[in-house]
Design a protein around this ligand. Structure first.
Ligand code: UDH
Ligand code: MN
Length: 375
């Protein structure tokens, strides 16, 4: 039926299609091989997937395991006082970090994964003398679930940076309206009582850094670290934004009279702090957009932290108020100080707009006991 000529045409067409299919298939396989080798060839072996259930490309594209590298640290602290200084740039830094929030994580697991962290959430590198001492100050109430994730990611993150560091969770007692900035003032004073920190990182509990080149040390000017958050499309929402995570030295902090004490409820206090920086004659430094990346654990506005309707009026007056309200006027009562394995918790009564309540009288039994002990 078919002529010899048309058979030849069909044969050529068939061979052509086969060639195209072979070419496409081998291109796919080539791509897979290349993506497998990229992390091995890269300098930072942090991006090499190490966990059993982490499969190649997704992890590579999203960054490495934050715990990779740390097993290289010796378990015990070296004996003797004369350790040499750590290098200026830590060899443990690996760049992008994979951040995801898996269910079932427990505080015990975080503790197990951080064997070198000691009572109260303190750490210093085992094999060299840290060049920087950084306190992490976390304003907190009813966010234990977020705190667990923050500790899971931030402990190894800071160990990779070879810092001497400590975690302070400043927990607002009672159910009165939340006051983030005042809790920071409490954190500053209480942390500085314990140790001569050279840098303080004021850190929301729900923000997880995604790149360990975002170093948790202070600059010559106050630093805004959370410049690129996922919730703002990894961009700075506006030029003066100073929220989420910021870093100040004790000198910076005192120069701007700390943070305002009178912003009750959500909003405004971070802008007030930004304005204080410039009113005190300093400017804001920032990491690059590539490095200052953060993921925020998704949440709704908390009960007890309604939007503050007075915030715009208050902000308009910062120029007049910053010297009268701040670190020089902060009043609070520490209710307890607990040294947990992964952090120090300071529970504090910060009162209300009307000030602090009168101190509670000692319970009658305790008063009687102390009277008999004196005799
Ligand atoms: N915080 C607490 N407990 C509270 C309120 C605030 O611990 O009840 C702390 C915590 O560290 C938190 C920080 O204060 O990260 C800042 O508060 P926030 O996380 O509520 O602030 P954010 O700007 O709020 O993230 C956005 C409101 C969410 C609305 C989302 C609707 N889609
Ligand atoms: Mn938040």
């Amino acid at each position: 039926m078919f002529s010899f000529q048309s058979k030849k045409i069909y044969l050529f067409m068939f061979m052509g299609i086969q060639l195209v299919v072979i070419a496409l298939l081998s291109r796919e396989a080539y791509k897979k091989r290349v993506t497998y080798f990229i992390p091995i060839l890269r300098k930072d072996n942090a991006s090499i997937p190490t966990g059993r259930n982490q499969t190649s490309t997704a992890v590579v594209a999203n960054g490495g395991d934050v715990y990779a590298n740390l097993s290289r640290l010796s378990k015990a602290h070296s004996q003797g006082e004369n350790l040499t200084y750590c290098p200026k740039t830590s060899p443990l830094i690996g760049g992008p970090i994979h951040v995801s929030f898996r269910s079932g994580l427990t505080m015990q697991e975080v503790q197990r994964k951080n064997p070198l962290v000691v009572r109260g959430g303190r750490y210093r590198p085992p094999d060299c003398e840290a060049r920087h001492r950084t306190a992490i100050i976390i304003p907190h109430r009813h966010r234990e679930h977020h705190l667990k994730f923050l500790l899971y990611f931030l402990h190894p993150f800071l160990q990779r940076q070879q810092l001497n560091y400590g975690f302070y969770v400043i927990h607002q007692a009672g159910n009165y309206t939340f006051n983030r900035a005042k809790l920071m003032n409490v954190g500053f004073r209480e942390a500085m009582k314990e140790e001569d920190w050279d840098c303080l990182f004021f850190h929301d509990v729900d923000l997880i850094p995604e790149d360990d080149r975002n170093t948790y040390m202070c600059d010559t000017n106050p630093k805004h670290a959370a410049i690129a958050m996922d919730k703002f499309g990894y961009k700075l929402p506006y030029k003066m934004y100073f929220g989420g995570v910021s870093a100040l030295s004790p000198l910076h902090y005192l120069k701007m009279n700390g943070f305002p004490n009178n912003y009750w409820g959500w909003g405004g206090e971070d802008d007030d702090i930004g304005v204080r920086v410039s009113l005190a004659g300093m400017s804001i430094s920032r990491p690059s957009l590539k490095v200052g990346r953060y993921k925020m654990i998704k949440h709704k506005l908390d009960k007890g932290n309604d939007v503050n309707p007075k915030r715009f009026n208050m902000l308009a007056k910062t120029r007049q108020t910053w010297k009268q309200d701040g670190m020089n006027t902060v009043e609070y009562r520490v209710i307890s100080r607990e040294y947990h394995p992964l952090y120090t918790n300071i529970t504090v009564d910060i009162g209300t707009e009307a000030g602090l309540p009168p101190p509670p009288p000692p319970p009658p039994k305790a008063a009687a006991m102390s009277a008999t002990q004196k005799v």
